[in-house]
Design a protein around this ligand. Structure first.
Ligand SMILES: Cc1cc2nc3c(=O)[nH]c(=O)nc-3n(C[C@H](O)[C@H](O)[C@H](O)COP(=O)(O)OP(=O)(O)OC[C@H]3O[C@@H](n4cnc5c(N)ncnc54)[C@H](O)[C@@H]3O)c2cc1C
Length: 385
């Protein structure tokens, strides 16, 4: 039976939690609404987080990272997301997608070349799978890489990419075989300065507004074969493995958002008086608090199981999808109830819950929608019978 335990000592875990929490409260919290309103992507914050080891959480120390486990990574994403989902999303995408793809599938040369820069926060990473016409159906990509001697020529557009404009380096999954054929995609690492690689349209979003989401455009972009990650044809398979870890991080993001909204609403329910008593005295409100607390704990347990399996190097596709699916839906529900508990105040930008409400929705969409998670969970579960 799987034991839900953190691999770190309690003291180290507490230190990690305090570091992330203090940073979020001191350096992120005062600017949250300003960044949200202006859709400013605060790149400097990521450089500062790099100095604290928060940008290469899972990267071994030999490549300049913090060498921590998923159990510890959970705490970091959660603490940041309690304060700002946008920054939580960007830290998650940088660590789990771009950086982790290079860590999992890069050659030693590639790891030494890119991981120290990413782990220190000197460089911000992007990861491009999605295209304008292929989101859930990511295998049907149109962005192509054509071999030309010792180089590849990239052509096409990746859309909805976190750090699509500001990322200093991107992992890009492009089609290298026939459309709809098996093993028809390959992953490449592409530096921002490469001619033919540019940032495209930046999205104007409902939530997660301080996390940059933009197109990456490749126009006869020539990259050396040495920038290929792993074998030709393995790109899609690699992406699915990267997403197993990525889904855990989106679950942690959702958990942080849910906890942030819950803590605000629980506190408010004891301070807000109506009919000469705190609104928490009304069963209608206290039962909301009970449901929110129970669902948050259930989400956290699913996440802890997925982290424990990942740290034990076990297959985690089903458990990561369950954690991501459940935690995301809980975040949306909890944020919705939090706005309800705040009443009219919840509908204004003077109080934090309207932002949690807007940010939470991304969690049911990014890195595979809730519907896609259910497809994965059903497939992986039925395979057992
Ligand atoms: C803020 C943000 C950041 C993102 N960052 C990145 C990034 O860094 N890198 C990256 O590559 N991508 C990124 N994405 C893209 C994201 O992963 C996709 O939006 C997501 O996978 C869904 O794809 P889609 O938007 O094309 O929706 P679609 O695939 O068009 O889906 C539309 C609807 O149809 C449903 N649907 C589709 N297929 C099925 C099916 N077979 N069965 C049942 N229902 C189905 C979906 O669940 C959804 O409800 C980001 C997206 C957002 C919003």
């Amino acid at each position: 039976m799987l034991v839900l335990m953190n691999t770190a000592t309690e003291e180290i875990t507490l230190q990690i939690k305090e570091t992330a929490k203090n940073f979020a409260n001191q350096h992120i919290k005062p600017h949250v609404m300003q960044w949200d309103e202006s859709q400013e992507f605060p790149a400097h914050i990521f450089h500062q987080m790099g100095e604290l080891g928060l940008m290469g959480v899972l990267v071994p120390e030999e490549y300049g990272g913090s060498g921590l486990s998923y159990a510890e990574y959970k705490i970091i994403i959660e603490e940041i997301s309690k304060v700002c989902g946008s920054i939580g999303l960007s830290v998650a995408a940088h660590n789990s997608l771009c950086t982790n793809h290079i860590l999992l599938f890069g050659s030693e040369d590639q790891k030494h070349q890119y991981l120290p820069k990413l782990a220190s926060g000197e460089w911000i990473g992007a990861w491009g799978l999605t295209e304008p016409n292929t989101g859930s159906d990511a295998g049907n990509m149109k962005c192509v890489a054509t071999k030309n001697g010792d180089t590849w020529v990239l052509n096409g557009t990746k859309s909805w990419i976190t750090h699509g404009k500001s990322g200093n380096v991107a992992v890009v999954i492009a089609r290298t075989g026939e459309s709809r054929a098996k093993n028809n995609a390959t992953a490449f690492v592409v530096e921002r300065s490469t001619p033919g690689f540019s940032g495209g349209k930046k999205e104007n979003k409902l939530g997660m507004r301080a996390s940059e989401t933009a197109e990456m455009v490749f126009d006869n972009c020539i990259i050396p074969d040495s920038n290929r990650l792993g074998e030709i044809g393995d790109g899609f398979k690699q992406a699915m493995q990267v997403l197993d870890g990525g889904r855990i991080s989106i679950a942690c993001l959702a958990l942080g958002i849910a906890k942030g909204a819950f803590e605000a609403a629980a506190g408010y329910s004891k301070q807000r008086y109506q009919f000469d008593q705190p609104i928490s005295n009304f069963q209608a409100i206290s039962f909301k608090i009970a449901d929110m607390a129970t669902e948050i704990d259930a989400a956290e347990l699913l996440i802890m199981r997925a982290c424990a399996l990942k740290d034990a190097h076990e297959k985690v596709t089903r458990e990561a999808a369950m954690a991501k699916y459940y935690a995301s839906e809980v975040a949306v529900k909890v944020a919705n109830e939090a706005v309800q508990i705040f009443g009219g105040n919840g509908y204004t930008k003077e109080f934090p819950v309207e932002k949690f409400y807007r940010d939470a929705k991304l969690c049911t969409i990014g890195e595979g929608t809730s519907e896609i998670q259910k497809i994965v969970i059903a497939r992986e579960t039925l395979n057992r019978f």
